[in-house]
Ligand binder design. Structure first.
Ligand SMILES: Nc1nc2c(ncn2[C@@H]2O[C@H](COP(=O)(O)OP(=O)(O)O)[C@@H](O)[C@H]2O)c(=O)[nH]1
Ligand SMILES: [Mg+2]
Length: 679
């Protein structure tokens, strides 16, 4: 079960949702004998999509790790979700994969998922290959798909196979490098057939293009090429491997997960020239002290599993390792290799290989575990910040604790969402990557933690302030029977432009209000400003000056003056031209040129204020200031406007006066909410 580095490949499958990644993984496992039955996504029976949410939705939502053995090589496969809400999972897989295979469909060819996958691989400096799958389908068109990819990604996109087409159906493939033609049986086993006469000319052309590319990799091969000498298989593989690693070649394969067409040619390539963990963008160190990087955490009813890649030395089941982030040590008890949901216990994971460890106490995804002698954190994983927020509440009152407990457990697995209790709006707000992301989290809360929840738009934290100056009296008098209460103040309210919510001052003449009651007056005001007079939002930028008043030698108390102050507040603020303030955020949207018009007109509908535009890396960046109240669904709207190509960041900048029309709406909503709360 222990493999030499040269006999390990770590690949991840990525690309647009629904293009066939999970099915390809399934057919690879079946063909190589790693599994004895072929599962189907539609039936919820694949090795990769085992989670109950994946089965229900028939889409991948998390990475899964699988492996097979082919030609004496252990191929670790990480299947990633294609839906953009789960991009964090792709980042995790890319942290440990030594190469990525972008799975496209022969029907679609280039699509946004392929663009994003390409970009992610390029940024991670990982070798890129493409598998054009679903070529057995009705409207499949390999040539069209290939051209669309080459047009977008350039000349590095290099065909490895040429389909043999009869009656618009692919019946076999020619491997260009070997000039051999194959048919594939029902189990994916290939049998050589003669290259059809009609394809000889085309094949020569393709072979020459490939040979030219290969000749480019060294002078020696260049000489050979011009000398008219054929390359050996080993020379071809070495050159393809080098081109793959340095990004100058992106080999493209064709096939089908359903009929197994072409899958073995992909596997051959993986074995013969895909990078070993030693040749990857960040090579492992076999001779070094033990170190592993955690790329995923699974937390389910069976416990917590941390999935890792050994990047230095090896990991055995009797070790104690250090987590340099926390400074604590972790006992390695049971270690496993993962086959989807199945964990197979082993004693050791060798350098470059993937494994899992259970029951770590304080280690999360992105962390390093290493020998005390090393004690150095390796680069972690960076995720996009959450951009879509909703309030989350239990369907049945009183289950708030269950939500908090569930979310805390879920956040062990998923570092791409956050949740905070907004004390001001009295809402628990959950932020994630989009509506599908939040929806799956809600399903998990229901299925795994037994709490039904509802999502609603998060309330906007408005503020109130006054714009005018008033001088009012607040007089509290209760002197009938027993100990009386008496407090009387005159307060001047006016706006102030400082950042403080309340500036309190006094200019009382001749002891009209004794000094020892000033703090009570201030306290009364500080409590009052928590609730504005228009819609109940906190008041800010207020100045209150205690200018006069009166007292009673026996009946006056701190309590009475506090009440008097709040009476003055209630009387004064409505007369001081109050207004509701709304939070304004600065927005930075990154989009391809073509969407500029749509984005700008959408921003103006959101009362946005354009601040500038710039171009970067072939994309346009639009900066604008937009009221936060208009941005609730922006993550989803931007995605649909740009088919997922756009992204944005968003941060609070300041409060501004709300336009009168909108203010009226806010007041009405607050009234409705207040009467609802009383039920
Ligand atoms: N005919 C055919 N259908 C396929 C093939 N690959 C995937 N599918 C189907 O396409 C759908 C999406 O496939 P899936 O593997 O979940 O795609 P993923 O989202 O990229 O993982 C499923 O219904 C599969 O059965 C293929 O090669 N041929
Ligand atoms: Mg999938």
């Amino acid at each position: 079960m222990s493999y030499a580095i040269k006999n390990i490949r770590n690949i991840c499958l990525l690309g647009h949702g629904g293009n066939g990644k999970t099915s390809l993984a399934e057919s690879i496992l079946f063909m190589t004998g790693a599994t004895d039955r072929l599962g189907r996504v539609a039936d919820g029976t694949t090795v990769s999509d085992f989670d109950s949410e994946e089965i229900r939705r028939k889409i991948s939502i998390a990475d899964s790790a699988m492996f097979c053995e082919y030609g004496g090589v252990k191929i670790n496969i990480i299947d990633t979700p294609g839906y953009f809400d789960f991009a964090g999972e792709v980042a995790q897989a890319l942290r440990v994969a030594d190469a990525g295979i972008v799975v496209c469909s022969a029907k679609d060819g280039l699509n946004v998922g392929a663009e994003k996958a390409w970009k992610a691989l390029t940024e991670a400096k990982k070798p890129r290959a493409i598998f054009i799958s679903r070529s057995d389908e009705e409207n499949a068109n390999y040539d069209r798909a290939f051209s669309s990819l080459r047009e977008k990604f350039g000349v590095s996109v290099c065909p490895m196979v040429a389909p043999i087409v009869e009656n618009e159906k692919i019946t076999g493939l020619i491997e260009i490098a070997t000039r051999k033609a194959y048919q594939f049986d029902a189990k994916g086993k290939r049998g050589e057939i003669p290259v059809p006469e009609s394809m000889q000319a085309e094949l020569s052309k393709l072979y020459n293009t490939l040979a030219e590319g290969i000749a480019e990799t060294s002078e020696e091969l260049m000489d050979k090429y011009f000398g008219g000498e054929a390359f050996t298989q080993a020379e071809m593989s070495a050159a393809l491997g080098e081109g793959l690693r340095d990004g100058s070649i992106c080999p493209v394969f064709c096939g089908s997960a359903l009929t197994f067409l072409g899958v073995s040619l992909l596997l051959d390539a993986i074995v013969s020239y895909f990078p070993t963990p030693h040749e990857g963008a960040d090579p492992v160190n076999e001779a070094g002290p033990s170190a592993a990087v955690i790329y995923k955490t699974v937390s389910d009813q069976y416990g917590k599993f941390s999935l890792f890649k050994v990047v230095s030395g090896k990991i055995t089941n009797d070790m104690t390792l250090i987590n340099p982030r926390t400074g604590t040590s972790e006992k390695i008890g049971h270690i496993y290799v993962m086959q989807g949901k199945k964990n197979i216990e082993v004693n050791e994971i060798s350098c470059g290989d993937l494994g899992a460890v259970s029951k770590l106490s304080d280690t999360k995804t992105g962390d390093t575990l290493c020998a005390a002698s090393l004690n150095k954190a390796l680069p972690g994983i960076s995720y996009a910040a959450p951009c879509y927020a909703m309030a989350i509440a239990p369907k049945t009152k009183g289950q708030e604790d269950k939500i908090a407990m569930g979310l805390s457990r879920l956040s062990e697995e998923d570092l791409t969402f956050t949740y905070t209790n907004n004390a001001e709006t009295h809402q628990l707000v959950i932020s994630g990557a989009g509506d599908i992301h939040l929806d799956t989290l809600c399903s998990k809360l229901r299925n795994k933690f037994g709490v039904d929840v509802v999502l609603s738009p998060a309330r906007v934290p408005y503020r109130e302030k006054i714009r005018g100056k008033v001088k009012v009296q607040g007089r509290h008098k209760k002197q009938s029977g027993g100990h009386g209460q008496f407090g009387d103040v005159w307060i001047e309210f006016e706006p102030q432009s400082e950042t403080e919510d309340l500036v309190f001052a006094e200019s009382v003449f001749g002891g009209a209000v004794p000094k020892n009651f000033f703090p009570a007056v201030e306290k009364g005001l500080r409590e009052s400003i928590q609730k504005g007079v228009l819609a109940g939002y906190p008041v800010v930028f207020l100045k209150a000056t205690l200018v006069d008043g009166s007292y009673h030698p026996v009946d006056s108390s701190e309590m009475a003056f506090k009440t008097a102050a709040s009476l003055a507040y209630k009387a004064g603020l409505p007369k001081a031209n109050p207004v509701i303030l709304e939070p304004i955020a600065s927005l930075k949207v990154t989009i391809p040129d073509a969407y500029m018009g749509d984005i700008m007109s959408d921003l103006s509908k959101r009362r946005g204020n354009p601040m500038g535009m710039s171009a970067h890396d072939g994309m346009q960046i639009v900066e604008a200031e937009v009221p936060m109240a208009e941005m609730g669904s922006y993550a989803i709207d931007l995605r649909s406007m740009t088919q997922g190509r756009g992204s944005f960041t968003f941060a609070f900048v300041r409060y501004e006066e709300t336009p009168a029309m909108i203010q009226q709406k806010i007041i009405e909503e607050a009234k409705a909410l207040a009467s609802g709360d009383e039920d």
